[in-house]
Design a protein around this ligand. Sequence first.
Ligand code: SAM
Length: 288
Amino acid sequence: MMATLPGKQYTLTDKEFLAIREMIYNSIGVNLTESKRALTISRLSRRLRELQLKDVSAYLGYVRENPGELDTMFNLITTNVTKFFRENHHYAYLVEEYLPRLEELAAAGLVPRRLRCWSAGCSTGEEPYTIAMVLHRYFKGHKNWKIQILASDINTETLQKAREGIYSKDEVEGIPYENLKTYFKLGTGPNAGFFKVKDMLRELITFRRINLTSAGEYPVGEALNFIFCRNVFIYFDKETQQRVLKRYHRHLMEGGLLFLGHSESINTVSGNAGRWRLLKHTIYQKLG
Ligand SMILES: C[S@@+](CC[C@H](N)C(=O)[O-])C[C@H]1O[C@@H](n2cnc3c(N)ncnc32)[C@H](O)[C@@H]1O
């Protein structure tokens, strides 16, 4: 275990901030605007102390010599705030409108009894596990439905926590009691006081590390019914949003849905990113 330099305060010169901004923007599309300057240095300082480096320039040199450090940097820089049943109206829309329609189409033999979706930017897993709870509860008793949820993030630490599916009492606060009782078990031993996702939920989800701004196709397989990409676009500039949106359009099936975060919209970026219809606040439908 490396000793830290306790109490050492770091500053960020214009040149250093620019270099970090470029590195982050070119790798993961996150746009560190001037307003993120204080946050950036405060998040990186702990790592600099750990590495016993004298300043941010030394850290930039370290990153260049140790490309693996970039992942640590992404882990520190990305904002991962999330919670179970966040923006609940999206789940209500699924249950009240989308899923009944899908069932009708399946009953008429027009679509297979299969649902494929993606939580892109899933952070510590609360979003995909919420989707899983909602879908599992909805399709209970309809055993012949196949549900596949892909959950991805760039942050390796949050993704690890998502895979483990272990949450504190505070973290499970937003989960309705019935769901908590059905889908979680109380931890024992070192996990005493924590709640662990049961296998019946866990097995609906595949976790993968996906960089939304990487080149090439997203490794998501066949066409998707819907994509949740909530509270991720706010970190991207318009150009990056447009590129990602265009790719989402390709990966959704005809009539598939895109759910964005409460302060996000595609209105100003959709021009060159396929045709979309706004169904409800922050819920968009792919048009052909
Ligand atoms: C604020 S969290 C949103 C979590 C969840 N979607 C929600 O709304 O509660 C944003 C997530 O986007 C991820 N992210 C940022 N840039 C990314 C990129 N280029 N590729 C994949 N994930 C990214 C971050 O690591 C973070 O976990």
